[in-house]
Design a protein around this ligand. Structure first.
Ligand code: SF4
Length: 342
C-alpha cells in the first residue's frame, strides 16, 4: 500500500478546504486527496494500488447522517447515512420501498452496515481488469488500452459503452434512485448545488477515467427524493450469478402508476448494463395511456435495449435485460402476464 497522510474533517467546509481540489480517486491518477467514509470500496482500491491518494480525509464525523422530510413532502437522506439505516428507515420502507429493496439486494449485511449512501454513488466499476494493476486499463491509466474489449467481458456493458471502456456501474441503489428521479446535493469551494441523479454518472466516451460529473473539489452531501415513491406499484429485480453478495448481471427497477390496467406513469431503469443506470424517457412516455399487456411491456423493454451491443461473453445480457424488465413489471403489478393475456 502506498503511504498517505490522514486527516479527520469536522465540518463540510473543513473537509472541502482540506481536500483542496485536485484529482480525486474517481477522477484517475495522479491522486492528491480522497474522502473516506465507510471505505468499503476505497480500501479495496488502496490495497490493489488502483487508488493512490497522498491524503485521506476521514469524513465520518460530518453532520450528514440525518434522514429528513423536505418542505415539499419528499425525503432527504444524508450522504453519511449507512445503506442499512437508509433501507430500514421507516419512511423509506413505507414511502420508497423500491429504494429499500434495491439497497437490500446489494452487498452483504456487514458491508451495508458501514457503506454509505454517498459512497454507494461513488463506488467504482468491478471490472476485473480495473482492479489488476498488472494489466492495462483506460479507466485506471488513460491511453493504456482496454483488455476487456476482446477479453473476458461477461459482466460488461451492452449499452452506452465506448471504444475506450465497456465497464458498468455496479450500484443497485442508484438504479432505484434513477427511477425515483432523485437529486444529488453537492458542496464545493463555489458553494452548494444540486444535480439530478440521472446526470450524476456519465458514459465513458473518450475519458473513461471520469465516472461522474462531480467536480474535483466537491463532496456529496445528500440525496433527495421527490414526494412520489411508487409505493403501490414497484419492483427491483436483480439477476446475478449467486443468490447474495454478487453484483447484478442485469437488474431492473420499475415504478408504475396505474388506472386499472392502463398505465398512467411508468419509469424503468436498468442496472448492470452501462456506465450508469440506464433510462429511456422517450420509451417510458410511449407507455403512458397504454394497456398493461405482455406485448406492451415486451415492446418497451425491446426499445430500451434497441442500441445494445453484445460482445463475445455478454451478448446474452440483451435478451436477459428484456426478460428482467418484464419480470419487474409483473412483480410491480403483482400479477403474471399469463393472467393479463387471458
Ligand atoms: Fe478498464 Fe473499462 Fe476496459 Fe475495464 S472496461 S479494462 S475498466 S477500460
Amino acid at each position: 500500500m502506498n503511504r498517505f497522510s490522514y486527516a479527520r474533517a469536522t465540518d463540510v467546509e473543513h473537509a472541502i478546504v482540506a481536500h483542496g481540489g485536485g484529482t480525486r480517486g474517481q477522477h484517475g491518477n495522479p491522486q492528491v486527496a480522497a474522502f473516506i467514509a465507510g471505505g468499503t470500496n476505497l480500501v479495496d482500491l488502496l490495497r490493489e494500488h488502483v487508488a493512490r491518494p497522498s491524503l485521506l480525509i476521514d469524513i465520518n464525523r460530518l453532520p450528514l447522517k440525518a434522514i429528513e422530510t423536505t418542505p415539499n413532502g419528499g425525503l432527504k437522506i444524508g450522504a453519511l447515512v449507512t445503506n442499512s439505516n437508509a433501507a430500514y428507515d421507516e419512511e423509506v420502507m413505507r414511502r420508497y420501498p423500491l429504494l429499500a429493496e434495491a439497497i437490500l439486494a446489494g452487498a452483504s449485511a456487514q458491508i451495508r452496515n458501514v457503506a454509505t449512501v454517498g459512497g454507494n454513488l461513488l463506488q467504482r466499476t468491478r471490472c476485473h481488469y480495473f482492479y489488476d494493476a498488472g494489466t492495462p486499463c483506460n479507466k485506471r491509466e488513460p491511453g493504456s488500452g482496454c483488455p476487456a474489449m476482446h477479453g473476458v467481458n461477461r459482466i460488461h456493458a451492452i449499452l452506452g459503452a465506448s471504444e475506450h471502456c465497456i465497464a458498468v456501474h455496479p450500484s443497485d441503489m442508484c438504479v432505484a434512485l434513477a427511477v425515483l428521479d432523485a437529486t444529488v446535493h453537492l458542496s464545493g469551494r463555489d458553494g452548494a448545488r444540486a444535480m439530478p441523479l440521472v446526470d450524476f454518472h456519465r458514459l465513458p466516451g473518450n475519458t473513461p477515467q471520469i465516472d461522474t460529473n462531480l467536480r474535483d473539489d466537491e463532496l456529496v452531501t445528500a440525496v433527495e427524493l421527490p414526494p412520489e415513491g411508487f409505493a403501490a406499484h414497484h419492483a427491483y429485480v436483480k439477476v446475478r450469478d449467486r443468490a447474495s453478495y454478487a453484483f447484478a448481471l442485469v437488474s431492473a427497477a420499475v415504478g408504475l402508476q396505474l388506472n386499472g390496467d392502463t398505465i398512467h406513469e411508468a419509469r424503468c431503469a436498468l442496472g448492470g448494463v452501462a456506465h450508469k443506470p440506464w433510462r429511456d424517457t422517450g420509451a417510458e412516455a410511449a407507455l403512458r395511456g397504454a394497456r398493461l399487456t405482455p406485448q406492451t411491456v415486451r415492446e418497451f423493454a425491446t426499445a430500451l435495449v434497441r442500441d445494445a451491443q453484445g460482445r463475445r461473453h455478454n451478448a446474452f445480457k440483451i435478451e436477459l435485460a428484456i426478460r428482467t424488465v418484464m419480470r419487474a413489471f409483473e412483480a410491480a403489478t403483482q400479477t403474471s402476464f399469463g393472467e393479463l393475456t387471458s
